[in-house]
Write a new protein. Structure first.
Length: 269
């Protein structure tokens, strides 16, 4: 059992043998789900595969202490956890399905999201669709910018509105657990990733090396940009400070619900 309290700010244990999480505190009702290999097949390079981990990953939504429930409900915010055990599906590394964000209140700017790595190392593959069109008509087969970000324990990743498409990949031989904050008003578009069989690039195992291969189901995707982790103190994104602690300073998370009020921040990202 691995104690995640110090890095997550919550009384949670990780049982690597099962694998599963144990919630030790006075938590509100948590919604747990699994993504099976069969469910993930439409998002894969080889949707006909018969080999791979099953389930591929696990998600816990609405993870919070009962004492924080009312203010999170009032703030329209949600804290989730995702576990991606190590594994490969054919040669493709285990990953989340991937999706684009939409905003059902303000259709011009999708909701951003923030992530934190608790254990393992993550590759976040994020992509920007054709932003010259309104958000509800964007061409998700033509990608303007693709970025790859590697993050380890205690590091945070901001997914800004213009990079509304993203997936998380575990290329390492250890369990990956990530936490995230997002607006509870956010809407997920999985269909674009499903129709394109994943993100605009695949990460493949090549004898312990990582091959980054374009997904030819897209009409266009530029060369991938690898960028470094950056801290955002304004939003409370500082290494080794658990993002759950922001439950005590929710004003720093206001941008998750009102991205249009922070447009100056996104231009410099």
């Amino acid at each position: 059992m691995i104690d995640l309290q110090k890095i997550s700010g919550l009384p949670i244990l990780f049982d690597a043998k099962k694998p599963d999480l144990e919630f030790q505190g006075d938590f509100s009702e948590i919604k747990k789900s699994k993504r099976s290999l069969e469910e993930l097949k439409p998002y894969l390079r080889n949707p006909d595969t018969k080999s791979g981990p099953n389930p591929v990953y696990y998600v816990w939504r609405y993870v919070h202490l009962k004492s924080d429930a009312s203010k999170l409900r009032e703030a329209n915010l949600r804290y989730d956890l995702t576990l991606i055990p190590p594994g490969k599906i054919d040669s493709e590394f285990a990953k989340t399905a991937g999706h684009f964000h939409k905003n059902k209140i303000n259709t011009d700017l999708p909701h951003p999201e923030i992530y934190e790595v608790l254990t393992g190392r993550a590759y976040f593959l994020i992509q920007s669709p054709d932003n010259d069109l309104p958000a509800d008509k964007q061409d998700t087969k033509n990608i303007k910018v693709v970025r790859l970000i590697e993050a380890g324990p205690g590091e945070k990743v901001l997914v800004p509105p213009q990079f509304s498409g993203h997936t998380t990949i575990n290329v390492f031989n250890e369990p990956l657990i990530i936490a995230n904050w997002i607006s509870d008003q956010a809407v997920y578009d999985y269909d674009s990733y499903k129709n394109n069989h994943g993100a605009s690039y695949y990460l493949l195992d090549n004898n312990n090396l990582i091959d980054i291969v374009k997904n030819l189901n897209y009409n266009y995707a530029p060369e991938i940009q690898k960028i470094r982790i950056k801290e955002y103190p304004k939003f409370g994104l500082v290494k080794n400070q658990p993002i759950y602690s922001l439950v005590n300073d929710l004003e720093k998370l206001r941008f998750l619900n009102y991205p249009e009020k922070f447009e100056g921040e996104w231009r410099n990202w």
